[in-house]
Design a protein around this ligand. Structure first.
Ligand SMILES: [Zn+2]
Length: 416
């Protein structure tokens, strides 16, 4: 906690320590940045008008470091102009608590911040990385997502976005051994290319557990090793100093640390899985790289009702799989106009993502797997159209377009 008012420092410490938290309070921004780097706290609370380094600058500088990417930040301030609140949020604060506040308000906001499930996007692009000035807002890296709750972390896919996640995790670890768990949906390049660049895999003492679909020709481990063949890459998987365990997913339901995972095959060339992940009652369904059966079959058996019914039934399985999800992360690669010429490529149009989310009764939808040909303006337009579509059916579905480097926060369910 960074607070320059001496009286408040004591109050903060007393309130939080009596609730069982381990608290370190410093007086200025400079000491704050130093303490954060040394302690790697679970939460940072800062005033805005902090001496030496202002709260804004502290947030900006912290977010620019590898070790400070993920730590939640609460701003407490007597300066409660909405412009200041907005600025703090834009820089990366998660919450703003106006001064003065009651003891219970502080405790509530701290508890909420520590119990929230955060779904963070490290790579959101489908097919191939597409960096450049035209994709700077949404990002150019290929799929990598983390589900985080406190110290618990689950990685979804190992696309090029995994590289930066690895750097951040390594900086946070400060030499302590790490146990990292990862689910891979399938082994197309865009979902595994970050793996050879995952720094924690080269650190002795670390344990990396990778779960993914079984492959027909070669075991999953061989597929991961294959991209590290000397013809493509200077280091072999065997040279990774960490203990890397690769598990092929055989059971439809399994436990990965505190995460309960259900897997389902989806319609995409090769063997591809979608995952439904549950932690303490919060449900996230991750279904990137999938194409509706009925769209594909309609092409082949156009007017035949009996055959068309089959596609509808298969597609209903995905709706059931995403039922009631707090967040549905969905393939939304094409516009409906583009989809006609991309039929059979294993992806879907964003209109379909909205209709699955709606039918499933999902609370939030993250449009994901952005097409490498789509610039930021096109994704803005996709988001606008999807929000209109969702709103046409009434309230209840929040729609986001996944942005690299940003997190969606999900409140823990209220316990009776
Ligand atoms: Zn794919």
């Amino acid at each position: 906690m960074i607070e320059d008012e001496a009286g408040l420092r004591d109050v903060f410490r007393l309130v939080l320590e009596s609730a069982g938290y381990d608290v370190q309070v410093v007086e200025d921004g400079h000491a704050g940045l130093q303490a954060i780097q040394e302690r790697q706290p679970d939460l940072v609370i800062t005033d805005l008008l902090t001496p030496r380094i202002h709260g804004y600058e502290l947030i900006r500088r912290l977010r620019a470091t590898a070790h400070g990417q993920r730590v939640p930040i609460i701003v407490v301030s007597g300066q409660t102009y909405s412009a200041d609140q907005r600025r703090a949020m834009e820089l990366g604060a998660g919450n703003f608590l106006p001064k003065p506040f009651k003891r219970q308000q502080l405790l509530d906001i701290v508890r909420r911040s520590l119990e929230l499930v955060r779904v963070r996007f490290w790579g959101v692009r489908g097919s191939i990385a597409a960096p450049g000035p035209e994709t700077i807002k949404y990002g150019g890296n290929t799929p990598c997502v983390t589900i985080e709750r406190g110290q618990d972390l689950l990685v979804l896919d190992a696309g090029t976005g995994l590289r930066k996640l690895g750097i951040c995790l390594q900086a946070e670890a400060k030499g302590r051994p790490q146990h990292i768990r990862m689910l891979i949906t399938h082994t197309h390049w865009d979902h595994i290319q970050g793996f050879p660049f995952f720094v924690p895999a080269y650190v002795p003492g670390n344990r990396i557990e990778v779960y993914g679909p079984p492959s027909v020709e070669k075991p999953l481990e061989k597929v991961l090793r294959g991209q590290m063949d000397p013809a493509y890459f200077p280091v072999a998987l065997g040279d990774m100093a960490a203990n890397v365990d690769v598990h092929e997913v055989r059971d439809p339901s399994f436990q990965v640390g505190p995460f309960q995972v259900t897997a389902m095959y989806v319609n995409h060339p090769g063997i591809t899985m979608a995952y439904r992940i549950e932690i303490d009652g919060t449900v996230i369904t991750y279904a990137t790289d999938t194409e509706p059966y009925r769209f594909l079959l309609a092409d082949r058996h156009a007017p035949d009702e009996e055959l068309a019914d089959y596609g509808g039934k298969r597609d209903a399985e995905l709706v059931k799989f995403a039922a009631g999800a707090d967040l549905y992360i969905a393939d939304s690669q094409y516009s409906p106009e583009e989809y006609d010429s991309k039929r059979g490529w294993g992806h879907t149009c964003y209109v379909d993502a909205v209709s699955v989310a709606r039918a499933a009764g999902a609370k939030r939808l993250a449009l994901f797997s952005h097409d490498p040909m789509h610039d930021d303006d096109m994704i803005d337009e996709k988001l606008r159209r999807c929000r209109d579509l969702a709103a046409a059916d009434g309230p209840g579905l929040e729609v986001y377009a996944a942005i690299e480097g940003q997190a969606i926060e999900i409140e823990p369910p209220v316990r009776g």
